[in-house]
Design a protein around this ligand. Sequence first.
Ligand code: SF4
Length: 376
Amino acid sequence: MYFHIPFCTRKCIYCDFYSIEGVNSFDSFLESLHSEIDLVVPPEGMVVSSLFFGGGTPSLLPASDVRKILDHVRQKYELSADAEITLESNPGTLDPDTLCGFRESGINRLSIGIQSFDESELAFLGRIHDVSQAVRAVRDAREARFSNVSIDLIYSLPRQTLESWRKTLLRAIDLNPDHISAYSLIVEENTPLSRLVRTGQVTPLPVETEARFFDETVHLLASSGYEQYEVSNFAKPGFRSVHNMSYWQHRNYIGFGPSAHSFWSDRATGTARRWWNIANVGNYADRLKRAMLPIAGEETLSSETLMVERLFLGLRSGGVDLHRFRADFGEHTLARQESLISELLRNNLVTLDDGTLRSTTRGYLLCDEMSARLTA
Ligand code: SF4
């Protein structure tokens, strides 16, 4: 289950998630969110194994409101006893009391958007926090009894050196989080960053440099006890994100809040549907005031689309279980790709163990191309 909290103190230059700046009161949004929880009919037999507050900046919400949302969810849905309940946070919004409040409200996994331990890189990205706040956020989270802490980092920034990225990684490792997400910077359309690139004020790093950053990331994190379980995600043993893995394994999810996406597949009928909410907080509220679901669009996914997604998501993460793949999409689907799979194995881009096709570290760099070739 996903909750999108669409507020930020200030927009970062690279971000294309739906969020709005500088809102002082969340009351009317929270009223809408509770109406949406009331209106959505829980699919039969649904048990929630993970719940994720993302955004935006969910850590702007008062802990008492996070607790009310969780209480409301529990009235309508069954949460598994060990459900992973994550809140994304911005170090610029955290202090010891706030963190204790979130922990007491039922959040058991904290994701902290640190991005860099270099002041000039944080300033370039438009982040509201500085390095000392980032360090303090991780330490305060431990003081507040968070035993599952993840941090987000971004690399391949314009003008970033390998040395500076290595320093950020070492500083992160030194803080000993349980999970690290390390994403390469993507220039998304219609962001301030894309305008800077278009007008020549900023030049992205060449792909070869990005590949060296990636190799350094994998090497440093592996030698510090972090297992890579997706292109950009690394975890200490036992700390892989249940929520992230649900997306990559094509498991069902329901999203609440403006712009949130949902996915539901029914294996018995072989059908799957994806739908998404209106990405505008005012229109979202208007729809709910009229007791209507705030859905902006939906699509039924063909077996072909599901197959491509399964390959793409599997090669980016824990692998593709070929037995399940054939059971779901037919014996013939990969038969014609056997020579290509042999070529990928020969080139050390994938491994095949216990019937699961997995990307190697080198393969992770090329998984988009591999999926495209496998599904051509
Ligand atoms: S804080 Fe996060 S959601 Fe908000 S603008 Fe920055 S990157 Fe986007």
